[in-house]
Design a protein around this ligand. Structure first.
Ligand SMILES: CC(C)(COP(=O)(O)OP(=O)(O)OC[C@H]1O[C@@H](n2cnc3c(N)ncnc32)[C@H](O)[C@@H]1OP(=O)(O)O)[C@@H](O)C(=O)NCCC(=O)NCCS
Length: 124
């Protein structure tokens, strides 16, 4: 699901994931990528047939529910209003912890080259 959507294909260990199921079928996934300095919400994908019915929202809420500290994410700028609904706020690049800062920096360079904008957001 992650590869089909061209999302970051790194750190896909199953133990970090939550999945949403409908009658035994996996309809949505998401994870908190753990790294020494930062927790990152990522790999959020809902099957096209099940979108816009709140599955993504349930996954986000369940993933951050027990997080004691800040959670970061990176997304295309057009998704900022969606994540804002869950309390994520945009942060400038220099306030992003490593290793996300590196990824965000590369995203910024590629974005400028290919005409899209990546934003980093923080919850809490
Ligand atoms: C991003 C993604 C995970 C969202 O999943 P989703 O299950 O559709 O998310 P939700 O249902 O919570 O919300 C999607 C929209 O439907 C709306 N919605 C939710 N329940 C609804 C309902 N019952 N009726 C009508 N609209 C509804 C939400 O308000 C939201 O609207 P918005 O986009 O205007 O903010 C999904 O689009 C996806 O898999 N995209 C491809 C992968 C991707 O880009 N992942 C994110 C990487 S940053």
């Amino acid at each position: 699901m992650v590869r089909q959507e061209n999302l970051d294909p790194t750190a896909l260990h199953w133990s970090h994931f939550l999945i949403a199921e409908d009658a035994g079928q996996t309809i949505g996934i998401g994870q908190i990528r753990p790294s020494p300095n930062c927790r990152e919400l990522g790999s959020l994908v809902v099957l096209e047939s099940h979108r816009k019915s709140g599955v993504g929202a349930l996954l986000i809420e369940a993933l951050v529910k027990d997080e004691p500290g800040p959670v970061f994410l990176e997304c295309l700028a057009f998704r900022e209003p969606y994540y804002s609904k869950f309390g994520f706020r945009r942060v400038p690049w220099w306030e992003t912890p490593m290793p996300l800062k590196l990824k965000a920096g590369l995203g910024g360079i590629f974005g400028r080259l290919f005409g899209y904008q990546v934003v980093t957001m923080r919850w809490r």
